[in-house]
Structure formats: structure tokens, C-alpha cells
Write a protein that binds this ligand. Structure first.
Ligand code: HEC
Ligand code: HEC
Ligand code: HEC
Length: 132
């Protein structure tokens, strides 16, 4: 039998614990992770925007990348229409890494902190720092 009176507070506590590293960073003058957004391509942008809003990207980029892969590989669709109706080419290399060309100072900074090692680069070539 379910006991709603215990399950709901239990869930809330669980959520507070798993999201702890995120909300404890809010408002800290010196954030522990600083993904670097200064690349030549981003400097050139008139409006400094990602393919989707920042908060969404921060939380959901892994899922978005999975969707992109499935879309390109399974459905042969290589055009992504974002939530504002803007089109982007579906490509890890030509789209994400064109703007975020500083993979070591951007993707890697966070991933090292979070202890994740995406295996994508075994196959997807990423340019060296400084070369583009
Ligand atoms: C047109 C250039 C551009 C492209 C293409 C792009 N980004 Fe971004 N990205 C940005 C900018 C600019 C920001 C910062 C947005 C802001 O501050 O609102 C950002 C923010 C992010 C963030 C959040 C960083 C943080 O500090 O929280 C992640 C994660 C991210 N991008 C991943 C990706 C991934 C993955 C792709 C490909 C699916 C991608 N980006 C494609 C320019 C781009
Ligand atoms: C703001 C911090 C941040 C930035 C910047 C960032 N990531 Fe991530 N990324 C994470 C976190 C945290 C996870 C782990 C999330 C999880 O386990 O649910 C992750 C997971 C992933 C995963 C899934 C890995 C796995 O093993 O499940 C992929 C793929 C990925 N990121 C790609 C990228 C790429 C490509 C970039 C650079 C364009 C990038 N990320 C930039 C924080 C970031
Ligand atoms: C075993 C090799 C391999 C690994 C590992 C791999 N991919 Fe791919 N990926 C491919 C191949 C092959 C294609 C198809 C390329 C094409 O058709 O242009 C592809 C296509 C894609 C595409 C769409 C097209 C493009 O050019 O970007 C995305 C997005 C993508 N992969 C993301 C990822 C992400 C994110 C990871 C890591 C979580 C990953 N891949 C790991 C081999 C790999």
C-alpha cells in the first residue's frame, strides 16, 4: 500500500539532495565551474545565444545531442528548428563546436567537475584548441 504522506516528502528530500550541487552554486560570487564562452565565433555573434536558452542547454544538452544524432542517423534529417523557429544544421562538429571551439575550456571543464567522460570524441573529430 502506498503512503502518500511519506512518499511526497521523501521525494522532495531526494530531489533536494540530487540537485544540491546546482542550487548551492546560485549566487556564489566565485562559481566552481566556469565554462569559457569566449571563442572567435561567439564574439562575432550579434546576439549571444545558444541553439536553445542557456538554462535548457545546461540541463538538457546531452538529451538534445541524442535527439540530434537520432534525427541525423535514423531519419536523415539534418536541420534542427529551435524553440524560436531558427534553423541550425544538425552537427556536433559543424554546429556545437563551431561556436564552442574551445572544447577543453568549455565542455571539458564541466565534465571533469561532474565526473562524466562522453565517449563521443573517439569518433567525432574535435579541433585542437587555438586552431579554430
Ligand atoms: C551560434 C553559436 C552556438 C552554437 C551553434 C551552440 N552554442 Fe552553446 N552557447 C552559445 C552561447 C553564446 C552560450 C551562452 C548563452 C547565454 O549566456 O545565454 C551557450 C551556452 C551553452 C551551454 C550552457 C553553458 C553554461 O554556462 O551553462 C551549453 C551546455 C552549450 N551551450 C552547449 C552547446 C551544445 C551541446 C551545442 C550543440 C548542440 C551548442 N551549445 C551550440 C553559443 C552556441
Ligand atoms: C555547464 C556545464 C557543462 C557544459 C558547458 C557542457 N556539459 Fe556536457 N554534461 C554536463 C553534465 C553535468 C553532464 C552529466 C549529466 C548527467 O549525468 O545527467 C554532461 C553530460 C554530457 C553528455 C552525456 C555523457 C554521458 O556519458 O552520459 C554529453 C554527450 C555531453 N555532456 C556533451 C557536451 C558537449 C559536446 C559540450 C560542449 C559543446 C558540453 N557537453 C558542455 C555539463 C556540461
Ligand atoms: C562509434 C563511433 C561514434 C561514437 C562513439 C559517437 N558517434 Fe555520433 N556519429 C557517428 C557516425 C558514424 C555518425 C554519422 C555521421 C554522418 O552520417 O555524417 C554520427 C552522427 C552523429 C550526430 C549527427 C551528425 C553529426 O555530424 O554530428 C550527432 C549529433 C552525434 N553523432 C552525436 C554524438 C554524441 C553526442 C556522441 C557521444 C555521446 C557520439 N555521437 C558518439 C559515430 C559515432
Amino acid at each position: 500500500m502506498y503512503d502518500g504522506g511519506k512518499i511526497i516528502p521523501g521525494l522532495i528530500i531526494f530531489l533536494l539532495i540530487i540537485t544540491y550541487p546546482f542550487y548551492t552554486n546560485i549566487g556564489k560570487p566565485v562559481a566552481e565551474i566556469k565554462p569559457d564562452l569566449k571563442t572567435p565565433e561567439i564574439e562575432r555573434l550579434e546576439v549571444k545565444e545558444c541553439v536553445e536558452p542557456k538554462a535548457f542547454m545546461r540541463a538538457e544538452h546531452m538529451k538534445l545531442l541524442n535527439e540530434w544524432r537520432d534525427s541525423a542517423v535514423r531519419d536523415g534529417n539534418r536541420v534542427y528548428i529551435n524553440s524560436k523557429g531558427k534553423n541550425y544544421q544538425i552537427s556536433l562538429q559543424k554546429t556545437c563546436l563551431r561556436c564552442h571551439s574551445n572544447r577543453d575550456k568549455f565542455c571539458k571543464v564541466c565534465h571533469t567537475y561532474a565526473g562524466v567522460k562522453p565517449y563521443c570524441w573517439n569518433c567525432h573529430f574535435a579541433k585542437q584548441e587555438g586552431k579554430g
